[in-house]
Design a protein. Structure first.
Length: 71
């Protein structure tokens, strides 16, 4: 089972859109709002999006992707 804490470098897929893998590249905090993660799409690094960390950690919306093995 994955830790629900969101950290830079983690990779995710949106449920139902498994062809795209997104990587956390930054975390942002704003007063009176949940922490947000800035994501970049690995196959097109010009495409980014910002998602709240609680949504990203919710398995109903996103799933963590195991990183490729280190050689």
């Amino acid at each position: 089972m994955w830790d629900r804490e969101i950290v830079i470098g983690q990779q995710f897929r949106k449920r139902g859109f498994l062809q795209y893998v997104w990587q956390v590249v930054a975390l942002t905090e704003v007063a009176h709002a949940p922490k947000h993660a800035v994501l970049v799409r690995l196959d097109d690094r010009t495409e980014t999006k910002t998602i709240s960390c609680p949504t990203l950690a919710d398995p109903h919306y996103y799933e963590r992707v195991a990183p490729p093995p280190q050689s």
